[in-house]
Design a protein around this ligand. Structure first.
Ligand SMILES: Nc1ncnc2c1ncn2[C@@H]1O[C@H](COP(=O)(O)OP(=O)(O)OP(=O)(O)O)[C@@H](O)[C@H]1O
Length: 239
């Protein structure tokens, strides 16, 4: 299997805090891969480095065989990495449809309107195309963020806590959406705290603690790993 994303010995320090400490991991093409770990273990820092929001202190990030560590976030987006954020970042005041259109235009105007229309349909948002983005219910705002990212036709979609704040039926819809995205050949990298979602959907789970990988494998194998139980699964998590 091809490794779409390969990270080697990645380190990042913020005044006195070693957020990532020589982290190495790989994400296989065509999978849903989840990164889990306790609060503060470095998950968001990792995603911020892969998407060009932070510059690594050292180490390598290869996407599709190309070194992308330290490139600007807009450049990385154009290379085919889309993302959503822990805190929803929609263009407030713009319509649902225009939010998706803006995502599509990153890849050029041609076909943007058609692509936006198709995505709204696929994600069950076409009835709300003219609504202001902020008028959508919370779970649908998260969906809209995903639609906007998909509009740029990424080959890797990074989602930072997409299930946060969702009710059980929104989580089921998210699960189905992620399966559909994977089925269309987009690799998904998920940072999430919701164990039911992670264990149900992931092909591979990577567990990090204190900025290092401590385990990686199928959901069943990481759940049974004593290092994981000690670092994470044994600890109650309310997020
Ligand atoms: N911009 C920053 N400036 C200073 N410290 C930071 C910054 N970003 C992250 N950190 C620190 O780096 C460490 C890792 O944080 P990070 O947000 O990557 O963890 P996380 O695993 O995503 O946590 P959570 O599950 O709570 O979202 C934490 O100690 C955090 O306080």
């Amino acid at each position: 299997m091809t490794h779409l994303l390969e990270i080697d010995a990645l380190s990042k320090r913020f005044d006195g805090v070693q957020a990532l400490d020589g982290l190495s991991l790989r994400v296989d093409a065509g999978t849903v891969t989840s990164v889990i770990g306790p609060n503060g273990s470095g998950k968001t820092s990792l995603m911020n480095m892969v998407t060009g929001f932070y510059r690594p202190d050292s180490g390598a990030i290869r996407f599709d065989g190309r070194e992308i560590g330290g490139l600007a976030s807009a450049r990385i987006a154009r290379l085919g990495i889309g993302r959503t954020f822990q805190q929803i970042r929609l263009f407030q005041g713009l319509s649902v449809r225009d939010n998706v259109l803006l995502g599509a235009e990153r890849r050029g105007r041609r076909g943007a309107a058609q692509r936006a229309g198709e995505l709204l349909e696929r994600l069950g948002l076409s009835h709300a195309g003219r609504w202001p983005a902020e008028a959508l219910p919370y779970g649908h705002q998260r969906r809209l963020e995903i639609a906007r990212s998909l509009a740029a036709e990424p080959s890797l979609l990074i989602l930072d806590e997409p299930a946060a704040g969702m009710n059980p039926s929104e989580k089921r819809e998210l699960d189905a959406l992620l399966r559909d995205v994977r089925g269309r050949g987009v690799t998904v990298l998920l940072v999430e705290h919701d164990m039911e979602l992670i264990m149900g959907i992931s092909d591979r789970v990577i567990v990090i603690n204190a900025g290092r990988e401590i385990a990686a494998g199928t959901p069943a194998s990481v759940q049974a790993d004593p290092a994981v139980i000690e670092a994470y699964l044994g600890v109650r998590h309310d997020a």
